[in-house]
Design a protein around this ligand. Structure first.
Ligand SMILES: Nc1nc2c(ncn2[C@@H]2O[C@H](COP(=O)(O)OP(=O)(O)OP(=O)(O)O)[C@@H](O)[C@H]2O)c(=O)[nH]1
Ligand SMILES: [Mg+2]
Length: 161
């Protein structure tokens, strides 16, 4: 019998899904308090055990999309990531119903988006099936309080130095 029965200890395990350059990796770096540095995600990456970072291409390519469904089997929650400055969205209506799991939405790059763009991004995520929305900027470090609480991360304490 498996040693670890399903008991929720620590943060929720999530898979981040979104188009290329939507800000998934940067979001992970912010959450785990790593320095932000750009690198293109080529394959599925597990960050700090609980964050499954995926390449944008997996969502964008007909051939790779199935891999997301398989990889998502490992997650408690689907996080749909939408760049507020993107014209359009990679998510189709009710996208999240592909995964029999709760889905939430994160709008990224709010620091460089207009209010209107943010509203449209939220609409895309809602249409895709996100039941809760978070508007963030990994660069400005805004909008994370509710999201981290939702993920059940311990409250961030500022280091003295
Ligand atoms: N201004 C701003 N730029 C951001 C933000 N988040 C990410 N970026 C920038 O957007 C670019 C793409 O970010 P990534 O986090 O690599 O995007 P990704 O979704 O992981 O992309 P793939 O790995 O290609 O799927 C980088 O140049 C980031 O610095 C944000 O909140 N604000
Ligand atoms: Mg990435």
């Amino acid at each position: 019998m498996a040693k670890e029965e399903k008991e929720q200890v620590g943060p929720k395990r999530v898979i981040l899904i979104g188009g290329s350059s939507s800000g998934k990796t940067t979001l992970c770096q912010y959450i785990v308090q790593e320095d932000l540095h750009y690198h293109k995600t080529q394959t599925v990456q597990i960050v700090n055990k609980n964050l499954i970072d995926t390449p944008g291409e997996y969502l964008e390519s007909d051939n790779l999309r199935g891999a997301l469904t398989v990889t998502a089997a490992d997650a408690d929650v689907i996080v749909l990531v939408q760049d507020a400055t993107e014209n359009g969205t990679m998510f189709w209506p009710a996208y999240s119903t592909m995964f029999a799991k709760p889905a939430v939405g994160v709008v990224t790059k709010s620091d460089i988006a207009t209010e209107k763009q943010i509203e449209i991004a939220k609409k895309y995520l809602t249409m895709a099936g996100a039941r809760q929305l978070f508007v963030t900027s990994s660069i400005a470090g805004t909008g994370f309080e509710d999201f981290l609480e939702y993920l059940e991360y311990p409250k961030r304490t500022e280091q003295a130095e």
